[in-house]
Design a protein around this ligand. Structure first.
Ligand code: FES
Ligand SMILES: [Fe+2]
Length: 421
């Protein structure tokens, strides 16, 4: 169903590649604000195979520059923050946040050479405790003004995970509704509700029954309906794919907020998953969520996971009998990490046998490929917004609730959504 060419187009993201060009047409998170404490060191980064350095100048402005000094290539992340920008410690050239060279101390006085040196730099902005960069051509779009990117700090918790696989595998897992029934299943539902970072009252529902799926195209990407019919009740989840590499789903805050998952390539075989938990009604439980995060990533390390390929993700066959179906412990992010990495660094999609339950994954791939075709034709791909009002995406809603009308659940969804506005 998807050719080798399609797979290459969707998964390769270095400069000049098809997906690389598409992803660069949108703001992408490149760090957490917490990664750059006051007076902290400049941060070396690799994003879509580009080596960069993120720094805060003496006035607090953020700059994202090419990692290697344009003079003779020294690594600028070892530089000093001074002189109105970042100073290379090899020969002292200084670059401001726009990449403009401000000083060349070794050049004879009176020369204007430095005015003609402009280093690679990308625009940056912030939202939801994250730093975003625009690495594409032309004017950047408006950053989506989602509730979670504009909410007060204490309503949010943000995390980073390093996944040793292509970004698309991570994304596909997040918009694959049926895997909840197996991969994340607890043998006793109490275990699921008691797991750190979890409080989903509908846990029992999404591990049972064969869901009915429906996928609608929207101006931001896809809205995905998953209906599970159980005894006299029926349970609906509404999740979203936001072009070209974001999923927005129900998370530990249940109906009172949501979770955003943004998969950003480091290289084609490694990506960073940015996860933002949002609670609408008040401060979020930072302590519980940190406990869940620490089950996955070892504190004090550079995103090193406790469970990984080399230790077979510590799968426990006893646990599989009594508590967690997959034997991978209670952390959902560990389960997701295992499955996406287990496919290999870049999954060969010519080998798969797709079924009904893959409807959303297929639709997202088609939308990414359409975005690439649109760009080739000089057209605007879906999901770029140019004014703040339309970038609010008010119609992007996440739901997880019992519906009254199982047959006409869309009508029910619209009524519920309008009632909430
Ligand atoms: S290499 Fe950076 S100033 Fe010479
Ligand atoms: Fe999952």
């Amino acid at each position: 169903m998807f050719s080798k060419e399609d797979n290459e187009a969707m998964t390769r993201t270095s400069p000049g590649t098809k997906a690389g060009k598409l992803l660069r047409q949108y703001w992408q998170p490149v760090a957490l604000l917490a990664d750059l404490p006051p007076n902290g060191a400049p941060l070396p980064l690799k994003v879509m195979d580009e080596d960069l350095v993120l720094f805060k100048d003496e006035t607090g402005r953020l700059g994202l520059l090419g990692l290697n000094c344009p003079h003779r290539g020294a690594d600028l992340s070892y530089g000093r923050v001074e002189g109105g920008g970042l100073r290379c410690i090899y020969h002292g050239w200084v670059f401001d946040v726009t990449g403009q060279c401000l000083e060349q101390p070794a050049e004879p006085r009176g020369r204007t050479y430095c005015q003609h040196v402009k280093h690679l730099s990308y625009p940056v902005t912030t939202g939801g405790g994250m730093v975003f960069a625009y690495m594409g051509e032309g004017e950047p779009p408006v950053l989506p003004q989602l509730e979670c990117l504009t909410a007060a700090d204490d309503h949010l918790a943000m995390w980073k995970f390093r996944e040793r696989c292509n970004y698309l595998q991570g994304l596909e897992g997040d918009i694959d509704p049926f895997h909840l029934n197996y991969l994340h299943r607890a043998m006793k539902s109490k275990d699921a509700r008691d797991a750190p970072g979890s409080s989903d009252q509908y846990y029992d529902f999404y591990t049972r029954g064969t869901p009915r799926l429906e996928v609608d195209r929207t101006r931001y990407g896809l809205r995905i309906f998953t209906m599970r019919e159980l005894d006299e009740r029926a349970y609906l989840r509404v999740t979203n794919f936001m072009m070209p590499n974001v999923a927005i789903v129900a998370g530990p805050t249940g109906e009172d907020g949501y979770t955003l998952l943004w998969h950003v390539p480091v290289t084609d075989e490694v990506h960073i998953k940015y996860m933002l938990n949002y609670k609408r009604s008040g401060p979020i439980d930072q302590t519980g969520l940190k406990k869940a995060y620490d089950m996955h990533v070892i504190p004090g390390t550079n995103l090193e996971p406790r469970r990984h390929k080399e230790n077979r993700w510590l799968q426990d066959r006893e646990e599989m009998k009594t508590s967690w179906y997959a034997g991978l412990g209670p952390s959902f992010s560990v389960h997701d990490n295992w499955v996406t990495e287990s496919m290999g660094p870049i999954y060969d999609r010519t080998k798969e046998r797709l079924g009904y339950s893959d409807m959303a994954v297929v639709a997202a791939r088609r939308q990414i490929l359409a975005g690439i075709a649109d760009m080739d034709a000089g057209k605007e791909p879906v999901g770029r917004h140019h004014d703040e009002e339309s970038a609010k995406l008010k119609e992007l809603v996440v739901r997880s609730y019992l519906v009254e009308d199982r047959n006409d659940y869309k009508k029910d969804f619209v009524a519920q959504t309008e009632a909430a506005e």
